[in-house]
Design a protein around this ligand. Structure first.
Ligand code: A2P
Length: 316
């Protein structure tokens, strides 16, 4: 396993398991299987609604001597309805209670978009808090508090563009150590990628396989299908591996963490073994010409009277 190193020497396994959309009645078994395959990095979030069951699985795996806490890398994320500074530490505490740990390895702000407390998902203007009502820098101060209270070892953000990162870097006491964003050959985000590398901000790639199982609310009719993209299939044939393995190897070759989600033991194993595949320069060069596409464009947070605009989210 390869690792991404933090300034204090801590190391995050580059290949992890995404847990978005794993049903709570299924996730226990998935996590136990993942531990047996060798996964040690688990990407969680309060909004995924399955942290309790993930906690049960991890705690049983530890009790059964399959793994210890120090070997695990556990990430969780602050949901958009908890951006007010008073809600940040209690939200992390709730995730810790559910996960049955006394610290996280990494805590992220899930989206730079704030909802009113208690609103799981907004349907009207009144459900949002504006940037003036809930400045992201105040939320970041809450995240810094989590670190001060030793509830998490590392802190970062998700779905943040260069402008948002610059603001947090300039106004925060501490800088984000990680930015978790959608990354795959349809969306290499080269500008953001270069900025993060220059600024020692690790990137984690979500939806690395093109999120074929994403919810209907983020599905559009003409979305392309990354796993069956001709060039990806061609490279897979050349390396005698699967298209999913090419995509994971692509992310790892860029020195980003990669968190494919699967609930199928065979595919989980296949994905884990992608760390043994090395793409060559020619493969990487070929992939540059793929058309660009973002699957999670955030438009679910910029409609219905939302005070947030797509241009606040992405540098198009
Ligand atoms: P499943 O859970 O049935 O394996 P992403 O990580 O980009 O969000 O993609 C997750 C989707 O990709 C899920 O629908 C998952 O389905 C599917 N998937 C995961 N691993 C593979 C694989 N090796 N080959 C094909 N599809 C996969």
């Amino acid at each position: 396993m390869k690792y991404l190193k933090f300034s204090d020497g801590d190391e995050m396994p580059m290949l992890g398991l995404g847990t978005f959309q794993i049903a709570s009645d299924e996730v226990y078994k998935v996590i136990r299987t993942a531990i047996n395959i060798g996964y040690r990095h688990f990407d969680c979030a309060a909004a995924y609604g399955n942290e309790k069951e993930i906690g049960n699985a991890l705690s049983d795996a530890i009790k059964d001597g399959e793994v210890n806490r120090e070997e695990l890398w556990i990430t969780s994320k602050l949901w958009n309805s908890c951006h007010l500074i008073k809600d940040v530490v209690p939200s992390l505490q709730k995730s810790l209670d559910d996960l049955q740990f006394d610290y996280l390895d990494l805590y992220l702000i899930h989206w730079p978009v704030a909802f009113k407390p208690g609103i799981a998902f907004p349907s009207q203007k009144e459900d949002y808090l504006t940037e003036q009502e809930a400045p992201l820098i105040d939320t970041w101060t809450g995240i810094e508090e989590c670190l001060d209270e030793e509830l998490t070892k590392h802190i970062g953000v998700s779905n943040c563009n260069i402008g948002v990162l610059k603001k947090l870097q300039a106004e925060g006491t501490l800088e984000p150590e990680v930015n978790q964003v959608e990354l795959h050959p349809y969306l290499p985000q080269q500008g953001l990628y270069d900025y993060c590398r220059l600024n020692n901000i690790h990137l984690t790639a979500y939806a690395p396989l093109g999120a074929t199982g994403r919810p209907d609310r983020v599905r559009k009719d003409r979305d392309p299908h990354l796993l069956s993209e001709h060039l990806i299939v061609e490279i897979a044939e050349k390396h005698q591996c699967s298209p999913a393995q090419v995509l994971i190897a692509w992310g790892l070759s860029r020195k980003t963490a990669v968190i494919p989600k699967s609930t199928n033991p065979g595919r989980m194993k296949e994905n884990f073994e992608a760390q043994n595949i090395r793409l060559d320069r020619e493969d990487l060069r070929k992939l540059i010409i793929l058309p660009k596409h973002r699957f999670f464009d955030g438009s679910i947070f910029t409609t219905n009277g939302s005070p947030y605009k797509l241009t606040d989210l992405w540098e198009y």
